[in-house]
Design a protein around this ligand. Sequence first.
Ligand code: ADP
Length: 226
Amino acid sequence: MSDMILNTQGVTKAYNHGKPNAVTVLQGVDLHVKKGEIVALVAPSGAGKSTLLHIAGLLDSPDAGQVSICGSDMTNLGDRRRTAARRNQIGFIYQFHHLLPEFSAIENIVLPQLANGVAQGAAQARAQKLLEQVGVGARADHRPAALSGGEQQRVAFCRALANEPRLLLADEPTGNLDPGTSEVVFSALMELVRGTGLSAVIATHNLELAARMDRTVRLEQGKIVT
Ligand code: ADP
């Protein structure tokens, strides 16, 4: 069996087709991520990192090209199978935590598991374990508003891993934090990912953080440069 977790081939994407403000963002992106590999996606703001992560995460479709996850071509899947693949195989982390404000930290990690058919007790146990792994176990019953920015983001990491995805996609996961907090939170993320053997693509423009991943790819003029 192939140990390729993410494979994009010739992915292109433009916005505002045919209009004066048309912009071609991706011009043939080939990105290959193996099992257990953590890849830094580095590019300046506006280069297309989010666009690429959304396409790789099946949240958006390319104009042309292919996206395969764990060896299965996802390009032409219908909505239902696409949603199922996203829910089972992909975890997403954004720059802002996007936790549900009316639920506690642990509930934010339990809910996606219940939606995926996991029993309440097992979901609860897994959520608590994840929170403890990133050092926020004692904050499990707090709502997001009662947590610091770094704690909120660590809870968001746990939520992304709740359903044991094969691929984690993170869009500037510490970009919203001060440098000191960013360091602690990034270390927690790396430990969590390494501990699971998960593959990850983490977009950042912080070269120090990029150097701590397995390898760096750059997005330049809509293409991947290694
Ligand atoms: P990055 O994540 O590297 O900052 P993005 O992928 O967010 O880059 O954006 C790449 C380019 O595509 C930018 O010029 C942005 O303005 C444009 N863009 C992104 N999303 C849209 C959209 N929905 N409609 C039009 N233009 C967009």
